[in-house]
Design a binder for this molecule. Structure first.
Ligand code: GDP
Ligand code: MG
Length: 624
């Protein structure tokens, strides 16, 4: 298609504000997906996405849209060059319908995927900014707006969910106007659920989103904004062709990865794969390749077909994970199965890192690296579900840079790797720059929360008189466990936050060692700040006491720093008869309880004489 008739755009929003549902309506209105085949959030194709109602993988889709409405600067020109069926006379003037190709990218709303989102924004010219009219602007809304502005996109603001009784159109529209500096009439009011207002959005896209302006005759340059591994077809790249064209069977080169391969098939997604002869400047589509792993075709890389040197598209980053956890098979026989599964998943997910790890109590497993807690959660669920593995996962941690007295620096990814303290000069931990968005009434409580997480408040700004934006810096480790839950609870659900990695800072960090019945359990060790050591140690032994069942002897749970004990709880002796207290003859209930206990037993790790259940190894994630 002629670039003048292409509109590339993405939908951005805070999680749950209705991106995927709005995409459904657009697909329906343009007849891309037939009504009878329509299901909710049709672009969320993974089982996990559908179950949780979240978008994990971004999804590009191509739609055709015929319209006579044309207020773009190109419209006069269009009507003369395009020979489409003339539509009936209107106001005495002949109007010509034009078919547009609309390429939409539905992006995941979560901070863990912000790099992918930033690349998707580079692949388009416009962004539909969806704001839930019953919620208002949230942290991820702001983060997305910054990204969209940085990518120089035309932003079309949309208030969604206006059908809800709780929708506060006046207030939220005022927020959006003051955020974007746009006029009242620029903010579209829609309901993605009922479809109200969505037809107007299509016309706004056509008239306001600029057409791509690639150099059709130049050497091919295409931006990879997502890639995944398909069991049957191999590595598939989602790409925006910026300049030139790529045809079937062309040799392709990935500039940052330095890899090459063959474009076995190209085409668009509608939303199923629709093969074409090739992809041209301005178009968005897929390339099926013969690459073996997504590491050879990473998000942000530039694809070319030219032998000559080609300037890479800007913005490529080799994203590094900064959250790590040990993943162990529940029984040692399944180590190979875990290894295969992790390797396979990593072929598809180029930001997932792994290295072997072994522990005296948990045996052989892997240390996996993630982009954040949601990413970790998703990988864990996929391993358990798609590969049918029972896993023991340890407390998540960040990585640490350890400067030795010798001057050498180590990057450690678990507390157990910490060298002897006498050899350590200093330890650095990752810090983030964060931003909390919350109604002004909650600012005091939010500042308190930030300081409690060892954070430092930077600047307080205001979207308008009602809504505050609090910039802060904090150690990443303290945001991993329950910061988000606490933020939600102290702001009655209105607060939200977003962050990005800032730098590594030297802090007074210590390793907490856990002892169960006198023996140290390596897999439980964690790094904490000295000022928090006692509080965390006490809370952790308290939680461990709840999850480790009673044994036939008394079990001491202790925490030490460098051999000095700082917290202790004892689990008193005797085999707990879980059915006492269930009086009467309710046999089925008794059976159920016993079965549950048996199930728990299956996931116990024997350590010395003590059985430690799987959940004990991630005890820091347990709510108080
Ligand atoms: P996303 O996370 O931004 O992709 O949001 P989804 O499209 O998954 O929607 C989140 C939730 O809001 C779902 O339960 C939708 O059914 C609901 N939702 C989306 N749009 C509307 C709307 O216009 N009205 C109402 N009442 N609910 C909506
Ligand atoms: Mg979604």
């Amino acid at each position: 298609m002629n670039q003048e008739h292409i509109r590339n755009f993405c939908i951005i929003a805070h999680i749950d504000h209705g991106k995927s549902t709005l995409a459904d309506r657009l697909l329906e209105l343009t007849g891309t997906v037939e009504k009878r085949q329509m299901k909710n959030q049709v672009l969320d194709r993974m089982e996990l996405e559908r179950e949780r109602g979240i978008t994990i993988k971004l999804a590009p889709v191509r739609m055709k849209y015929r319209t006579a409405i044309n207020s773009s600067p190109l419209s006069v020109h269009d009507t003369f060059t395009v020979h489409d069926d003339p539509s009936p006379m209107e106001n005495g003037k002949q109007k010509t319908e034009i078919e547009y190709e609309l390429n939409l990218i539905d992006t995941p709303g979560h901070v863990d995927f912000s790099y992918e989102v930033s690349r998707s924004l580079e692949a388009v010219e416009g962004a539909i900014l969806v704001v839930d009219a019953s919620q208002g602007i949230q942290a991820q809304t702001l983060a997305n707006v910054y990204l969209a502005l940085a990518a120089d996109l035309k932003i079309i603001p949309v208030l969604n969910k206006i059908d809800l009784p709780a929708a506060d159109v006046e207030r939220v529209r005022a927020e959006v106007i003051s955020l974007l500096g746009c006029g009242q009439e620029d903010v579209l009011l829609v309901s993605a659920k009922t479809g109200q207002g969505v037809d107007k959005l299509l016309d706004r896209i056509v008239s306001e989103v600029p057409a791509p302006r690639g150099k059709a005759e130049s050497a091919a340059r295409a931006l990879i904004f997502d890639s995944y591994y398909d069991d049957y077809r191999g590595v598939i790249l989602y790409t925006r062709v910026v300049d030139g064209k790529i045809n079937k069977n062309d040799t392709i080169k990935m500039l940052a990865a330095g890899s090459d391969g063959v474009a076995l098939e190209l085409g668009s997604l509608s939303p199923d794969m629709l093969p074409a002869a090739g992809l041209k400047a301005g178009e968005i589509g897929y390339i099926v390749t013969n690459l073996k792993t997504t590491r050879s075709g990473r998000v942000g890389d530039t694809v070319t077909t030219s032998d000559k040197s080609v300037e890479p598209l800007p913005g490529y980053k080799n994203v590094q994970p900064f959250v790590y956890a040990g993943f162990f098979p529940e029984s040692n026989e399944n180590y190979q199965a875990l290894k295969d599964a992790v390797e396979r998943l990593a072929m598809s997910d180029s930001s997932l890192r792994y290295s072997p790890e072994s522990s005296p109590v948990l045996g052989f497993g892997f240390r996996l690296g993630f982009l954040g807690m949601l990413h970790m959660d998703i990988v864990r669920e996929r391993l358990e579900r798609e590969y049918d593995l029972e896993l023991i996962v340890t407390n998540p941690s960040t990585d640490y840079q350890v400067v030795l007295t010798s001057g050498e620096t180590l990057d450690i990814k678990s507390a157990a790797e910490l060298p002897d303290v006498s050899n350590i000069q200093q330890i650095l931990e990752p810090w983030v720059k964060g931003e909390v968005v919350a109604p002004v009434d909650y600012v005091g409580a939010v500042l308190h929360l930030i300081v409690g997480a060892r954070g430092v408040q930077k600047h307080i700004g205001y979207v308008d008189a009602r809504l505050a934006v609090i910039d802060f810096e904090a150690p990443l480790a303290n945001l991993l466990t329950d910061f988000y839950d606490q933020l939600k609870s102290i702001t009655s659900g209105y607060g939200s936050f977003n962050y990005e990695l800032a730098d590594y800072r030297a802090e007074d960090l210590v390793k907490l060692d856990f002892y169960v019945a006198g023996d140290r359990v390596d897999a439980l060790s964690v790094m904490v700040h000295r000022s928090e050591a006692e509080r965390i140690a006490r809370s952790a032994v308290g939680k461990l006491k709840e999850v480790i069942p009673r044994q036939q002897f008394k079990v001491a749970l202790q925490v030490a720093i460098g051999g000095k004990f700082i917290a202790r709880e004892d689990i008193s002796a005797y085999r707990k008869d879980v059915t006492t207290g269930l009086y009467g003859g309710d046999v089925s209930r008794k059976k159920k309880v016993l079965a549950k206990q048996k199930k728990g037993k299956e996931r116990m790790k024997r350590f010395g004489k003590v059985d430690i259940p799987a959940e004990a190894f991630a005890v820091l994630l347990k709510r108080d």
